[in-house]
Design a protein around this ligand. Structure first.
Ligand code: ADE
Length: 418
């Protein structure tokens, strides 16, 4: 088995952390027990490119329990939990290619190492494996029967590949399942992003002005939680509908050119490029904190910051100071990469339970159905999404009502009015 990780000696602490996370992942646990018996992934090679966290380790163990031969590389250079990578290698015999802080060259070497395993199924978070396979590693394409995609940014990339008719195998968009984005993107990003900003800076949120760029599911969760922590929240948007929603949710909505003057803390969650740039840095307050929780490190124009600064220094881990000639200091967190995974631990296990249940069941679905699937992007089948919702609710020990016969008839009829 080959691997590239920081240090195998970290495996024991990794194992305990994985066990801790597992206590909050009952749905994945139930899937794992079934997989152990039924072996639905027997003989399937899966190459996953995911954030190497405790929750991901539990997904990888589940896939392995189902009979898959799994390799994993990191989906972001800063998100790997090195103890977890070590535990997967030492305790689970998994090929892991991930080191926290790896440079871009090593990051792509790791993606290529995962592709060298000639996967039948790809499991991406951001579509880097699929795009590398189509672009530079077409040698490995003939083995692939399908793939899954975890995140909004990846789904957007893959849908544009499908639109251009270049996608060479079917993809299941895990992100689009209701049991994924309603919870992971909203409550997961909301909590973990604040956690990352607070761990990195130890700044008080109460009374501060917190600017959230983008009011998708992640932005909604982040704005809600920042408000809960006492911040005055400002939202910026480009979509009129989302801007109305943010306004009616009680947030101030304004263009970034204006928000930039007011903000104490900024966080981008748009999925787009250069949302914060020179014109905004020019008017920010001294001490402003700038961060990103969108998938790629493109949302903040770091090149602009570097050009404007007369000096730079690392103030604390994950906090880089840019001193400007006029005396203002701006602070960039986690090199503009996902602050929730770089400076904290990503989303809590309780929401990742549903996201990764979707991953495991989508992999099983691909194995069963790949012959009938086209080379396009599919949603997670509704039965899978609903099944996961019911399993999670059961695990939360919450009971709900059932339709009566009379109500069922009423909903199905068009004759009955008042
Ligand atoms: N994405 C966001 N949070 C995550 C986590 N805890 N594990 C894996 N991927 C994630």
């Amino acid at each position: 088995m080959d691997y590239d990780i920081k240090d195998k000696a970290l495996a024991d602490s990794g194992r305990l952390r994985i066990e801790w996370a597992g206590q909050q992942m009952p749905v994945l646990k139930a899937i794992r027990s079934r997989f152990e018996k039924e072996q639905p992934l027997k003989g399937t090679r899966i190459s996953a490119c995911l954030h190497v966290t405790t929750e991901t380790a539990l997904l990888i163990q589940t896939l392995k329990s189902g009979g898959a031969d799994v390799a994993i590389c990191a989906s972001n250079p800063l998100s790997t939990q090195d103890e977890v990578a070590a535990s997967l290698v030492v305790n689970d015999n998994i090929s892991v290619f991930a080191v926290k802080g790896e440079d871009d060259k090593r990051y792509y070497q790791h993606i290529n190492a995962a592709i060298d395993r000639k996967p039948n199924i790809t499991m991406d978070d951001g579509a880097d494996v699929v795009s590398t396979l189509h672009d530079k590693r077409q040698d490995a394409l003939p083995n692939v029967i399908g793939g899954t995609e975890e995140t909004t940014t990846g789904v957007i990339r893959l849908k544009s590949m499908a639109r251009d008719n270049v996608l060479k195998f079917p993809i299941i968009a895990v992100n689009d399942a209701n049991t994924k984005h309603f919870f992971d993107n909203r409550y997961g990003t909301g909590q973990s992003t604040l956690d990352g900003i607070i761990r990195a800076t130890n700044r008080l949120l109460a009374g501060s002005t917190f600017v959230v760029a983008g009011y998708g599911w992640c932005g909604r969760g982040l704005a809600m939680r920042a408000q809960g922590a006492g911040a005055k929240v400002v939202v910026t948007e480009i979509d009129p509908l989302k801007a109305i929603e943010a306004a009616m949710d009680g947030f101030d909505v304004m263009p970034m050119a204006e928000a930039a003057r007011h903000g104490d803390i900024f966080c981008t969650v748009t999925g787009n490029k250069h949302v914060l740039r020179k014109e905004h840095f020019d008017v920010m307050k001294d001490g402003a904190i700038i961060s990103n929780s969108g998938h790629f490190n493109v949302e903040i124009n770091i090149g602009d910051l570097k050009k404007m600064a007369k000096s730079e220094r690392e103030m604390r881990p994950f906090v880089q100071e840019y001193a400007l000639p006029d005396g203002r200091r701006l602070y960039l967190l986690a090199e503009g990469r996902l602050v929730n995974l770089a400076a904290a631990e990503g989303h809590p296990s309780c929401v990742m339970d549903m996201s990764f249940a979707n991953q495991a069941l989508s992999a099983e679905y691909i194995v069963k159905n790949y012959k009938d699937l086209k080379k396009t992007v599919y949603s997670v089948p509704q039965e899978i999404d609903e099944k996961i919702a019911s399993m999670k609710l059961d695990a939360m020990k919450i009971a709900i009502d059932k339709l009566t016969e009379e109500q069922r008839r009423y909903l199905a009829s068009w004759q009955e009015g008042t």
